[in-house]
Design a protein around this ligand. Structure first.
Ligand SMILES: [Zn+2]
Length: 251
């Protein structure tokens, strides 16, 4: 069984045991890990990890909506250079739930990074919280665009609109949480061809390891739950979501 963790933050502190983490991922059947940047520092680190694990770790670069308040022209020059070595731009988007950066700035930098993705012909990894309508309206302006809603947290109506624009939805360990019936409803609704699996590690550790640090190997538990919810074989879920991930990121 082949799996891909399409959203891991092995570039964040807390992975001093990285060689063991990667070994366990290989052991669990992962054929690739996509390491996602949230600012310039973690984007650089994602590229470094990709060099350390060629053909296994793939990097994305981008500035998370929480962090866009720190962006300036110099930062954009570096981001553009880093993007030339990445498999996607992200994570970028809108977070109106936390609003760590003002909304106007989030919108401005979301658009600017979408332009950069278009220019570099890169897919985008989206972080959207409580801003689905706004995000979809912006995305429409940049079509055609390959985009995935990382850790999709909307309901079926938002999922339908995202799928109509050709976007993919990505599922985390939240799908295993007892209270996450809304996410399971979206998983049931969306075609398997539009789903990708991720851990978002070190966050969102799935059952049965909830409360511990998350790591790519645990994407297996996400796959098992998605298969259960959709009433399909785990192997079929792994096969199709891996194919989706390979096509999306071009890896
Ligand atoms: Zn993330």
């Amino acid at each position: 069984m082949e799996l891909v963790d399409t959203h891991a933050h092995l570039n964040l502190p807390g992975y001093k045991d990285l060689p063991e983490v990667v070994a366990r991922a290989r052991e669990a059947g992962l054929s690739a890990i996509v390491v996602v940047g949230i600012d310039l520092k973690t984007s650089r680190k994602a590229l470094e990890l990709a060099e350390a694990y060629p053909g296994y770790v793939f990097p994305t670069v981008g500035v998370h909506p929480h962090e866009v308040k720190n962006l300036n022209e110099e930062a954009y020059r570096e981001l553009e250079a880093l993007a030339s070595r990445a498999v996607a731009l992200g994570e970028i988007g809108l977070d109106f739930a936390k609003e760590y950066s003002p909304r106007e700035l989030q919108l401005e930098h979301f658009e600017r990074q979408l332009s950069l993705a278009r220019e570099k012909n890169l897919p985008v990894v989206l972080h959207v919280r409580e801003a689905y309508e706004e995000a979809l309206a912006v995305i429409k302006k940049y079509l055609p665009l390959r985009a995935v809603f990382h850790c999709f947290a909307g309901g079926v109506p938002e999922a339908r609109k995202a799928l109509d624009l050709g976007c993919l939805l990505s599922v985390t360990g939240i799908v295993t949480f007892p209270k996450a019936e809304n996410i399971r409803e979206v998983v049931r609704f969306a075609p398997l061809e539009a789903l990708m699996l991720e851990t978002d590690c070190p966050f969102l550790t799935p059952v049965p390891f909830r409360g511990k640090r998350n790591e790519p190997a645990y994407v297996r538990y996400v796959c098992e739950k998605v298969a259960e919810v959709k009433g399909i074989e785990v192997s079929e879920c792994a096969r199709q979501t891996t194919e989706n991930a390979r096509a999306f990121f071009g890896i």
